[in-house]
Design a protein around this ligand. Structure first.
Ligand code: WT7
Length: 655
């Protein structure tokens, strides 16, 4: 790893923005100066500039009880009003908000006026079902306009959404519904993926079935969008068709003002333990930084740009850079339902050509899979509308960065590599395309108003040229406000490590190069990053041991050419099972099992059946050694193992 990083730090290519880009850019070096002058005043100005407050705030930040921050606390606003009505009132009702492209090729373009009307109807439906201020609503939908409308309608009535990615299993959905105590689930019959309808409603039915003793069923209704036209089971009294109730609802709805710290959403993400954390975000600060970062990082000109972020709303990127940031800024954007290769490998490029997309935001894993297919596919489309490219989710290697710029960006577009997390709510580290000279592979610099440092284990700054842990040294507007129902876990996970200094610990390793630019080096905890999605080793291990064949399991993230990391499992099978089953069949069964338990993204790339696992004398599994095996390397230092012979046995079994 370290030799690879030294090699990266030798990267000398620099790409300053062109004069034309600088001339039209919405950002300027003055942003950095003004933020450095008075950070809180800067955020106050941004918030007033970018949002409409029903009641203006008088205090920017209350940090009197860290780590619990309050931003713009005495201000009041309505998040949906800021994303919708005010654009219509300003005369931009005819501007397209969403160009939606369905996977089979059907499409709809929806203006701000139309989206506002739809959201008002949905808000009335929600209130009619008794969903209001503080209630939780689970959203389990494909990438269709109703997904965005649902999020905004929930926000409009002051309720809290919990979007669950449509690729998650019934079990994962169930635990998220129960943890949040959702009153309503919004879903669809199904959605299109890879040329077929993938059903969603059966997973909801299963997630809501059989609450045992002591388990409470909080869900009263299920609102179902018809998309897949697939057969669904119907629970009279509980289930409602969207097309029956939404068009029939009134299109009049006044957006009430809610306090800035009103919870907006919960989004579950994997941590170092088996149980996903419900990351809580609130309204005023979150929307401020989502809108601010979207405007300046993507150099947004809402009158002329067509923006496309390929993320699903089931992830934080879809929250901040599909729903909230772009719509707060009055942008025109593309949303796409399906996979990049359906029905042909040029689908994304075809969409860029069709809508003349000018700003494109995607993940390194997608870029690397396009690289593998080759430049002839994008070369078949007119990509000349693109003027800015973004990357998110994991480090982008310089080779992929250069390919992205040359092949997709015609060798001219700036590339912004954006570092942030579900917890940070919005982009924290990125170049500003009209200001920064970009550097392939480096996420570069904190945004104006954001304070980041790289420190050693004791919290001391490492200085340029050195590596350490990435920390955020000052509170920021879109920071998580906690973990749903577990304030202690919030404190422990993010703040305990650098309690003395009051730093937020992100869980990422990083290095500062001689120019002071940041290089992200991956997670330092037991969290994996597969295709830009976060997975916990503990969560997959507990799913593996829940299978009756498994005695013990250890999971590692091994580097993978396309997905960044891949899930590799080492499993000990119970004697009785091993004698009666074929090991290859068992490994395959376990892969499928994990996919069913958690979701397809968690399915291990490899399952190795082994006789033992490497443990220290105190019984801790040494994943570092298993990673060596999974990545085909010489096994590292084994001296702390209880039984030093174990690794050669495992290596032999894996071969
Ligand atoms: C983790 C957060 C932020 C939205 C998508 C993922 C990694 C994210 C980058 C980047 C290097 C990155 C980090 C981080 N990560 N962006 N540009 N360069 N690493 O959100 O699921 O909360 O995961 O993704 O390891 O901690 P998430």
């Amino acid at each position: 790893m370290s030799s690879q990083i030294d090699h990266l730090l030798d990267e000398t290519r620099r790409f300053p923005p062109s004069d034309e880009f600088v001339a039209q850019s919405v950002s300027s070096p003055a942003l950095y100066e003004s933020a450095a002058n008075d950070r809180e005043a800067f955020w106050g100005e941004q918030s007033r500039d970018l949002l409409d407050w029903h009641r203006p705030f008088t205090q920017v930040l209350d940090w009197s009880t860290p780590p619990f921050a309050k931003w713009f606390d005495d201000g009041e606003l309505n998040v949906a009003y800021n994303c919708l009505d005010r654009h219509v009132e300003a005369g931009n009702g005819d501007r397209v908000a969403l160009h939606w492209e369905g996977e089979p090729g059907d499409s709809r373009s929806i203006t701000y006026a139309e989206l506002t009307e739809e959201v008002k109807r949905v808000a009335n439906v929600l209130e009619g079902l008794g969903v209001g201020h503080g209630d939780r609503v689970a959203i389990y939908l494909p990438m269709i306009p109703e997904a965005v409308a649902s999020m905004l309608a929930v926000a409009r009535v002051g309720a809290i959404h919990s979007v669950v990615f449509g690729g998650f299993s019934a079990d994962s959905l169930r635990s998220r519904i129960d943890d949040a105590g959702a009153k309503l689930v919004i879903t669809a019959d199904g959605g299109y993926r890879k040329g077929r309808v993938s059903a969603l409603k059966p997973a909801v039915d299963q997630a809501l079935a059989d609450r045992g003793e002591g388990e409470q069923q909080t869900v009263e209704h299920v609102l179902v969008v018809r998309r897949g036209e697939n057969e669904v089971e119907w629970h009279e009294g509980r289930d409602l068709w969207w097309h029956d109730v939404v068009p029939a609802a009134s299109a009049e709805h006044t957006a009430l003002a809610f306090p800035a710290e009103n919870p907006l959403f919960i989004l579950y993400t994997s941590g170092t333990t088996g149980k996903p954390k419900g990351i809580l975000h609130t309204s005023g600060g979150y929307l401020t930084q989502a809108a601010y970062s979207h405007k300046y990082v993507f150099d947004l000109h809402p009158e002329t740009d067509v923006y496309w972020c390929t993320a699903d709303i089931g992830w934080i990127t879809g929250h901040s850079y599909v729903t909230y940031g772009p719509l707060a800024n009055g942008a025109t954007q593309v949303i796409y339902e399906g996979t990049p290769d359906a029905p042909h490998p040029g689908r994304w490029w075809e969409i860029i050509e069709k809508y003349r997309v000018s700003i494109f935001y995607t993940a390194p894993t997608a870029i690397r899979s396009f690289m593998k297919i080759g430049r002839s596919v994008p070369a078949g489309f007119d990509l000349s509308s693109l003027r800015l490219l973004g990357s998110v989710g994991e480090p982008i290697n310089p080779e992929a960065w250069i390919w992205y710029r040359d092949v997709i960006g015609a060798g001219t577009t700036p590339i912004v590599d954006t570092w942030w997390q579900t917890e940070t709510g919005a982009i924290m580290v990125s170049a500003l395309p009209g200001v920064t000279s970009t550097k392939p592979g480096s996420a570069q610099v904190p945004l104006p108003g954001i304070s980041i440092d790289v420190v050693d284990e004791s919290g001391v700054e490492v200085g340029t040229g050195n590596g350490g842990l990435l920390v955020v040294t000052e509170p920021w507007p879109s920071m998580l406000r906690g973990i749903w129902g577990d304030p202690e876990r919030y404190r422990e996970t993010y703040w305990e490590k650098f309690e003395k200094q009051g730093f937020y610990f992100a869980g990422d390793g990083a290095r500062l190069d001689a120019d002071g630019d940041l290089w992200l080096l991956g997670r330092v905890d037991d969290v994996m990053n597969v295709s830009g999605h976060r997975l916990s080793t503990a969560e997959i291990e507990s799913s593996l041991v829940a299978h009756e064949a498994t005695a013990e399991a250890a999971v590692v993230g091994a580097s993978d050419e396309t997905t960044g990391q891949a899930v590799v499992a080492f499993v000990i099978i119970k004697e009785s099972y091993l004698s009666a089953h074929d090991p290859a069949g068992l490994a395959q069964q376990l892969r499928v099992w994990v996919g069913e338990q958690i979701g397809a993204i968690a399915r291990p790339r490899d399952v190795y059946i082994v006789g033992e696992l490497p443990k220290t004398r105190s019984g801790k599994i040494m994943r570092r050694l298993l990673r060596d095996v999974a990545e085909g390397r010489e096994v590292g230092d084994t001296t702390t193992l209880a039984d030093t012979a174990v690794m050669s046995i495992i290596s032999a079994q894996v071969k």
